[in-house]
Design a binder for this molecule. Structure first.
Ligand code: ADP
Ligand code: MG
Ligand code: MG
Length: 250
């Protein structure tokens, strides 16, 4: 059982405040969906937690259990159990996909997983994601289609099995079949050792991943939190009613 706690997080990009005090607590076993209009700061939250140098934290804290992740280097964050789908390079020529993932697993877990044992596990996961079996031997992301890249990120997630994942728009660029497979695989990962923040602009991924909590982010803040019922309301009515009801001026 682990806890990811974000407290009063303020983030600036090039001197402009984008996040204006985000509070969010995620426990293992929970899936928190963050929804909101474009340009509202959702990706900024993911990038700031990942330690992207362009994003300056001006106030606030983020803890994974009792460890202050904002003070850690990016690789330390991964070792502490945080997975960020965007942390992987787009293409790595000369490194096969399975080698990369075995190395990443070694780097984050500190354990050397045997080649044979790893190959078995890896092949099973490739099958679960209905990916092409030759994928293991191809170079990382080289010549992958958009959908294959997305699935490969989820494969990395399954291989690494972190404590928490922050998944930013994993639904973009996926067709309906891929969406279902990706969604179901993430949903199946959720247990007492895994929790997830799922950032999405659209509700369709949430047909396959059942969130325990739903948050609406507007203008750099979480302005409304609730359960699954919020998804349908957003789907039907958009976001404008929230700003009106709460008297938020953007
Ligand atoms: P969302 O993911 O909710 O669509 P973002 O976090 O991507 O929103 O963007 C929030 C705001 O920050 C936007 O106004 C965007 O233009 C600005 N922004 C995001 N990334 C950068 C960047 N690298 N440089 C400058 N401005 C940025
Ligand atoms: Mg504040
Ligand atoms: Mg975004």
């Amino acid at each position: 059982m682990a806890k990811l706690e974000i407290k009063n997080l303020h983030v600036e990009i090039e001197g402009k405040e984008i996040l204006k005090g985000v509070n969010l607590t995620v426990n293992s076993g929970e899936v928190h969906a963050i929804m909101g209009p474009n340009g509202t700061g959702k990706s900024t939250l993911a990038s700031a937690l990942m330690g992207h140098p362009k994003y300056e934290i001006t106030e606030g804290e983020a803890y994974l259990d009792d460890q202050n992740i904002l003070e850690m280097e990016v690789d330390e964050r991964a070792r502490a159990g945080l997975f960020l789908a965007m942390q992987y390079p787009a293409e790595v020529p000369g490194v096969t996909n399975s080698d990369f993932m075995r190395q990443a697993l070694k780097a984050t877990s500190g354990k050397d997983v045997g080649l044979f044992e790893f190959a078995l596990k890896y092949e099973k996961m490739v099958e679960e994601l209905k990916m092409r079996p030759d994928l293991a031997h191809r170079y990382l992301n080289e010549g992958f289609s958009g959908g294959e890249r997305k699935r490969n990120e989820i494969l990395q997630l399954k291989v690494l099995k972190p404590k928490f994942a922050i998944l930013d728009e994993i639904d973009s660029g996926l067709d309906v079949d891929a969406l279902k497979i990706v969604g179901e695989n993430v949903n199946d990962m959720v247990d007492e050792n895994f929790g997830c923040i799922l950032i999405t602009h659209y509700q369709r991924i949430l047909d396959h991943i059942t969130p325990t909590n739903v948050h609406i982010m507007i203008d750099g803040k979480i302005v409304l939190s609730g359960g699954k019922e919020l998804i349908g309301k957003i789907d039907t009515n958009g976001y404008e009613w929230i700003t009106k009801e709460l008297g938020i001026k953007i």
